[in-house]
Design a protein around this ligand. Structure first.
Ligand code: SF4
Length: 491
């Protein structure tokens, strides 16, 4: 497929639109030519005296379609208006020739709710927001409703955010085995067993140093999130050491949420859950992804659905009253019927929150799936089913994001019972609070008013161990960020 930009250079937007219809494909990009061989998306912008003429032609095999429109030259934000109109024409042409209707329309970014929140902030009522999303951005009604309910669920929670607060992320990038679709830096634990003790010691040091910085800057710890990987891949003593380091180094007096992602059922034991409970975590995640044993096997997870049920029961017995469960729609070999069974069974367990992800095509590509198979993937029907069942069972969407190249360009949505929304998930997705991250593969995102900065830790645990001194030095950038001229002056 060739994409031609004639008289315009809206590369990012137009290529993103083509990707909605042809995910995980590489394109040839040409500028200011009139034609090319084979499948083609052609866009032209021609400025006249008072109007600009926009034209799109799409050719797929022996079928061709074209659309045109014009924009006034003195329109507000002329560049954006031309970009949006060309994107619309391209979307409509591709929709006509492929028969595919990406439900998020022209909203290609990863945070659709952030856009809705911005509209709400300008005072627009829900009806006008709905109209704009539908007419201007070609978003399907179901997705508009999902985004608006999510934004409304978040409203109150965003209002509780305190200035000068931050969240702490602790990365444990190990898993018992690597799932076939995994796109994280996580390592199969057997391959890295020898470096784990050093990793835990270093991570404790990084946590202590981070606590000193937070103290110096008078930052208040609001939420903690142990993620990975699978934090419960390490043994109970290692987990305890980390959690005790957190509680002895940080001031937890303003802490509102403490999550440990227990993750895979094959790592969950009574001892580890007791350690998590004793160290004051308030929320855990037990992630089946699917409750179909054949699918679990196909994706390389070493556990059964039965183990998920047992872990869940154990966690309840030990006294966890805030449990999240993660699921993925569109997994290899999964069917609509089996996914519906998974949703029904998980809803039957009644966890406080359920997060439904869509398989990302980047991961599917690793599984050697062709585009054709990806487009035939039943994920859209699975996502629609999950949304209907969860809403009917008292779960409301509270955060929502998209990854690049997900099947059907679909979303990942966190649903919860009222009062069990994860603050951490909302704040990270809406980019309203600094997340200070520790451990290999973690990235810190610093946010203060309209300023944002990022610090990346070494990705691999071995690199993290080997360059630990440098790693620690990087942390000083947090102090620089908060003390930077212009930031404090604004306060
Ligand atoms: S449990 Fe998650 S992080 Fe670990 S291998 Fe599977 S997908 Fe990757």
């Amino acid at each position: 497929m060739t994409i031609i930009f004639n008289g315009n250079n809206y590369k990012y937007e137009l290529e993103s639109v083509v990707k909605l219809f042809f995910p995980a494909q590489l394109f040839t990009l040409l500028y200011d030519v009139r034609d090319a061989d084979g499948d083609l998306c052609f866009s032209r912008l021609k400025a006249g005296k008072s109007k600009t003429y926009l034209f799109v032609l799409v050719r797929l095999g022996d079928k061709t379609t074209r659309l045109s429109t014009k924009v006034d030259n003195d329109i507000h934000d002329y560049r954006k208006a031309c970009e949006l109109e060309l994107s619309r024409l391209l979307f409509l042409c591709l929709n006509k020739l492929t028969g595919i209707t990406p439900e998020w329309g022209l909203i290609t970014g990863v945070r659709p709710v952030k856009r809705v929140n911005k509209m709400i902030k300008t005072g627009l009522p829900d009806d006008s927001i709905k109209k704009q999303l539908e007419k201007k951005y070609l978003v399907a009604k179901d997705k508009i409703n999902l985004a608006i309910i999510t934004a409304n669920t978040q409203k109150e929670i965003l209002g509780t955010l305190k200035d000068g607060s931050f969240s702490l992320y602790v990365s444990i990038p190990f898993c018992p085995t690597r799932c076939s679709y995994c796109s994280f830096v996580s390592q199969a634990i057997d391959n890295v067993m020898g470096i784990i003790p050093q990793y835990i010691d270093n991570l404790c040091e990084e946590l202590k140093y981070t606590a000193e910085i937070a103290h110096k800057l008078n930052l208040k710890l609001d939420t903690i999130y142990f993620g990975g990987g699978t934090p419960t891949s390490i043994n109970e003593y290692q987990l305890e050491k980390l959690m005790k380091t957190v509680s002895s180094s940080f001031d937890l007096s303003s802490l509102r949420e403490y999550t440990v992602e227990a993750g895979r059922a094959d790592t969950i034991t009574k001892e580890k859950l007791e350690v998590i409970k004793a160290n004051k975590a308030t929320r855990i995640s037990i992630n089946p992804q699917t409750l179909n044993d054949d699918v679990l096997k196909a994706i390389g997870r070493n556990h059964t659905a039965q183990q998920v049920f047992e872990s869940y029961e154990l966690a309840r017995k030990i006294g966890f009253y805030n449990i999240n469960m993660d699921l993925i729609a569109g997994l290899p070999t999964d069917t609509i019927e089996s996914f519906e069974n998974t949703i029904d069974s998980v809803v039957g367990l009644s966890p406080e929150s359920i997060t439904v992800h869509t398989l990302s095509i980047k991961r599917a590509a690793d599984l050697n799936r062709s585009d054709k198979n990806v487009l035939r993937n039943p994920a859209p029907a699975m996502i629609a089913y999950s949304s209907r069942i969860l809403l009917n069972n008292g779960y409301l969407p509270y955060y929502l994001y998209r990854q690049k190249n997900t099947v059907g360009n679909l979303e990942n949505t966190g649903y919860s019972k009222k009062g069990f929304e994860s603050l951490y998930n909302i704040y990270i997705m809406e980019e309203v609070q600094s997340i200070i991250a520790t451990g290999a593969g973690a990235s810190t995102k610093l946010i203060l008013k309209d300023k944002m900065d990022r610090i990346f830790n070494y990705k691999h645990p071995l690199e993290y161990n080997n360059h630990f001194d440098l790693m620690i030095q990087k942390k000083d950038a947090i102090i620089d960020f908060y003390n930077r001229k212009g930031i404090n002056e604004k306060e």
